[in-house]
Design a protein around this ligand. Structure first.
Ligand SMILES: C[S@@+](CC[C@H](N)C(=O)[O-])C[C@H]1O[C@@H](n2cnc3c(N)ncnc32)[C@H](O)[C@@H]1O
Length: 282
């Protein structure tokens, strides 16, 4: 199925409304390659017809299929390495110090906000287990969320194929935290027990998730328009503890967001901390 200018307009409008991902006019090939089979499967003669069908809301399943097909779930264990070092040696100990002065000294909440198939969330869990031998004494919750139902379903299984395992894990980490299973590898229950996955669209309100000490929101906002991206990070600031840590992708920066976040450098990694508004009258 060939994509026309009208198709691009209809699909990019739909995709931006569904998940915030901005497809410019040059993305015709992406529409063709990712949505072609789906459009044919649902009897649509054009991509514009597919967009119309989704908008008419007849089938939630079709909407999910479009989201699954159009989102880029590329990820790997310990992606870019340095954020996980800064997490281990800065965010983790300092968050516990900050918690020690609070009403919930044993608690730590971490959010992997575009978790894809789970490698980021499991890397955070393994980093904790490697660096905190007494981690069982604490109430540690890692929440992994993603808009893609398919990605979250895979993450929840905690099962990875050989080629995924070989992206980012050392043989020692593999031996310590995974067991062979069904031609691939399954993460051990102890790692799995620290992590929960659920579906969440970052365009929708998430204030109900409560406060997080550490947020990883990496390699998702790069697909959004500048306005959607700015709005997302402002809302993320609202769910971070006053002493929280935010990690973004290595090609991302929050420099244009004004004073809401302050950048810091540790272990060759940039992370951000919320800049609290100055109370009126001071
Ligand atoms: C490239 S992956 C990044 C995974 C991981 N954070 C990393 O850095 O390796 C981007 C993920 O963002 C998800 N995503 C895209 N739009 C989203 C939205 N509106 N809400 C939540 N997740 C979204 C995609 O489904 C995809 O799994």
């Amino acid at each position: 199925m060939q994509v026309t200018a009208l198709d691009i307009e209809a699909i990019s409008g739909l995709v931006i409304d569904l998940c915030g991902i901005y497809l410019d006019d040059s993305k015709g090939y992406l529409i063709e390659s990712r949505l072609g089979t789906l459009a044919e499967k649902h009897g649509c003669r054009s991509f514009a017809e597919l967009a119309k069908k989704v908008r008419m809301g007849g089938s939630h399943a079709l909407k999910d299929e479009v989201i699954n097909a159009i989102t880029t779930n590329e990820t790997l264990f310990y992606r870019d390495t340095t954020p996980f070092e800064a997490f281990a040696f800065k965010a983790l100990p300092e968050s516990f110090d900050a918690r020690a002065r609070s009403g919930q000294p044993n608690r730590l909440r971490i959010w992997s906000a575009a978790a894809s198939t789970g490698q980021e969330a499991f890397s955070l869990a393994m980093t904790i287990m490697d660096n905190m031998p007494d981690y069982r004494r604490y109430d540690i919750q890692i929440l992994g969320t993603d808009i893609s139902e398919k990605a979250i379903e895979r993450a929840s299984r905690g099962w990875f194929a050989d080629h995924e395992i070989h992206r980012g894990l050392t043989p020692q980490q593999l031996a310590k935290y995974f067991r062979p299973d069904n031609g691939g590898w399954r993460v051990i229950d102890e790692v799995r027990s620290l992590v929960q996955f659920r579906r969440l669209n970052l365009l929708e309100p998430f204030i109900h998730l409560g406060k997080f000490d550490v947020v990883f929101c990496r390699n998702v906002a790069i697909y959004f328009t500048p306005e959607t991206r700015a709005d997302l990070f402002r809302r993320i600031a609202d769910v971070m503890t006053e002493t929280g840590y935010l990690f973004v992708g290595s090609a991302e920066s929050l420099g244009d967001l004004g004073a809401r976040f302050i950048p810091h450098l540790h272990c060759r990694s940039v992370y951000y901390r919320p800049n609290l508004p100055i109370p009126v009258g001071r």
